[in-house]
Design a protein around this ligand. Sequence first.
Ligand SMILES: Cc1cc2nc3c(=O)[nH]c(=O)nc-3n(C[C@H](O)[C@H](O)[C@H](O)COP(=O)(O)OP(=O)(O)OC[C@H]3O[C@@H](n4cnc5c(N)ncnc54)[C@H](O)[C@@H]3O)c2cc1C
Length: 335
Amino acid sequence: MDSPKIAVIGAGVVGLSVAKILQEELRGSDISVIAEQFKDDTTSAVAAGIFRPGPSFRGSTQDITKKWIKDSWHYWVNILKTAEAPQAGVTSLSSYLFSNNSHVTRNHLIEDLVPVYRPVTGEELKICGGDWKYGAYYSTVLIECKRHLPWLEAIITSNGGKMVNKRIDSLSSLRGKYDLVFNCSGMGAEKLCGDLDLVPIRGQVLKVDAPWVKTAFYGDYDTYVIPGFDGVVTLGGTRQYDSYNTEVCKHDTAAIWERCCNLVPGLKRAKVVDQKVGLRPHRTPVRVEPELVEGSKVVHCYGHGGYGVTCAPGTAIDAVKIGLDLLKTNVKYKI
Ligand SMILES: Cc1cc2nc3c(=O)[nH]c(=O)nc-3n(C[C@H](O)[C@H](O)[C@H](O)COP(=O)(O)OP(=O)(O)OC[C@H]3O[C@@H](n4cnc5c(N)ncnc54)[C@H](O)[C@@H]3O)c2cc1C
């Protein structure tokens, strides 16, 4: 098929990663990224963006999960090696993780992937506030979507892609307009697909000005301090299952501030510059699969929960492959 018309629903890190990889694989394709929200208004822009998949991130098999994580890691490291890394919002980052539960400080998903992942020494256990029993130190990458999404948009549009600001009320409303549709709508898939397995996990964070913080720190109870670009540090957080509340909650603010200042006492003199709330689109397994929706060829790629920045590229590579295979098939579609 010459120059197929393709729609990508969603301009978060997943949709834009799909669009970029698709352009690389299918030169000359006619791609429209259609989304209600762009850049800073997406959930992706709420994330600190640390590469650190957790055990709740799962594909349909363990092998698929591992492949997504590995492909993603190599994708980020390849960007890190280029001069464009700062514009792309990608940087290397070291992190300490402290806990009073030994299993929390292990991460079987990345221990063999990142350059360093080791238990901390007795001295290191005392670096932070708190009486910690266990700890790990590891090197990873950080992807800040405040920079990364505009960078992706610029690449996609310079290669002929279009950004369309529009809400899609149903997948079937695109019938007749596209040869292939990628559904990367995050929480939006709940309505678009009637997917009851997709559940929001509410996260609130504080953004503070603290340019002296150069390392990420984690403590128990979802306490984290993650430095990003321009001296802005993300303090978190909350993980509220099935909560749709997108308003900043002052009780969460107080709890995050207290927990983070206990962990890294120097933060007490940091100025809060912003507060954000996002709904992590959680689904087990993450949905990356084709579907014929009333005859239309659709590839779903959503449900990345708290690990969508980390694993967007790995899932996008698979989604694009599925989409290209689908384009080649002779399935009779009504669009
Ligand atoms: C507080 C917090 C911290 C986080 N920290 C990290 C982290 O450190 N590392 C990490 O890997 N992940 C982190 N995450 C998770 C990460 O943010 C998500 O997994 C990721 O953003 C999901 O990306 P997405 O593109 O699927 O969704 P989104 O960013 O929500 O994008 C969805 C897109 O679809 C569009 N859309 C939806 N429905 C429709 C519709 N009907 N019509 C048109 N457009 C539609 C939206 O407008 C938007 O453009 C964090 C999340 C939160 C909330």
